[in-house]
Design a protein around this ligand. Sequence first.
Ligand SMILES: NC(=O)c1ccc[n+]([C@@H]2O[C@H](COP(=O)([O-])OP(=O)(O)OC[C@H]3O[C@@H](n4cnc5c(N)ncnc54)[C@H](OP(=O)(O)O)[C@@H]3O)[C@@H](O)[C@H]2O)c1
Length: 469
Amino acid sequence: MKYFAVTLASLLAASEAFTAHNFKPASLSKTSLDAVNVGIVGGGVVGGGICEILTKKSDYLTALCSDTIEVKSICVRDLDKPRDFEIPEGCSLTDKADDILNSDDIDVVVEVMGGTTIAKDVVFNALSNGKHVVTANKALIADCLAEIEDHLKKVNDGKSAEDSIQFNYEAAVCGGIPIINSLQSDFPGDDIDMIAGIINGCTNFMLTAMDRDGLSYEAALAEASKLGYAEADPTLDVGGFDARSKLKILMRLAYGIDVEESNIPCRGIQELTATDYDYAKSLGGTIKLLGVAQREEDGKVSGFVSPCYIAATDSLSSVNDATNAVEISSSNLQRTTYIGQGAGRYPTANSCVNDIVAIAKGDVNVSPFNPADDGAKFVQQYDSVFYLRLKYSDQVGITRQCGEICEKYGVSIHSILQNPRSSKKDDSFVIVTEEVSNTNMKKVVAELEGLDWVQGPAFWMPVLRPDWM
Ligand SMILES: NC(=O)c1ccc[n+]([C@@H]2O[C@H](COP(=O)([O-])OP(=O)(O)OC[C@H]3O[C@@H](n4cnc5c(N)ncnc54)[C@H](OP(=O)(O)O)[C@@H]3O)[C@@H](O)[C@H]2O)c1
């Protein structure tokens, strides 16, 4: 009899639990009914931060999402490597991504391993297997944006919006700054004229050290590497290529165009010298590596990555060290600036956690890259005021020849500067132009570089919003 009584009680409890499950909203397209289960591919800087935040905020996130978020599995390359974060309770470690991708128990796959080969398989297979994806991988997105978009269309074909597989990538551009989310949700009724951003922390750290602290280029790069700001291959940072990948993604979101990365004019910071900072100071500003994109009224969109002169009055000029900033100029909002940490464990993991939470809450975005705009067309030509530095060996007729060559290509000279600091003799001078096209400027530079008094290659860069005009 006792046995029978116990069985009846558990049957009643089971029937209550069953009823509760059946009243879960249908929009939670998850494989598990009482938790959002996460599999993380990559247990390094970002993966570890995600685990720490999810554990620390577990109670709050459960209340916010009406579900627990549980990290069920983490995939790493080396199972024996010590981890600098606590593995969450109930979470297993694996060195096979397939354990996560093929598990019926995983709802969300977080790709934070980096790279564009294995990571691509992880992301694509996760989507094919019906898992939501969160990634911090800008290189992969910049490389495969169109493919990801096509694949998402395929896996979501025939699904209602609320059942659609989500692809979230907030951490991929400017780590902790919520710029992706903002471009997805804050500008649908607006027209973005221009994006100008300090979107690479390593180079901003280096340029600040060179300008403010007087460090050489080499010393600044060594310090940036020591502090973990540089990519494993620092050419990606100093050559402007990391910034270009991010600019490509921002251009897609802002203007609806998918630009071939290699078509975006890109110049790094390697040719900058202390002399350029002296000249920038005498002009009243500084130099930053910027990613800039702008749209003209006729739908032409241009973009470039380059060191740029910025006036001291410009808000971007005071963004120093490894901090990132993106400034958006638009018709309705006018100028909006987003400033914050573009990298690092917690800022980057924070963005990934936000993406996971959005999925757990059932937020739906059927167009994560924003709709394409057939009326927009990418062009490599843009207009700007330019700064041009030439090293010379003294002789008669230098200014006349500069004037003649500039005139030949329709480039008006605003001013010529020499010896920015009276105490310091220098064998260079600087030409500041009026607003001209980059293509005409290129022709001027090429012809000047062919003259016998010009020593070595010239250095030239756009001037962002000159305050003397
Ligand atoms: N770090 C940042 O501040 C930051 C900022 C924005 C975006 N991101 C992006 O976030 C991603 C991750 O960056 P991270 O700094 O966290 O990198 P990380 O510290 O190098 O961590 C990478 C993790 O992936 C694992 N992994 C690599 N290859 C693997 C493979 N073939 N199979 C299984 N596991 C593998 C590694 O395992 P082991 O630990 O065993 O080697 C490691 O745990 C990258 O796409 C990066 O661009 C990073």
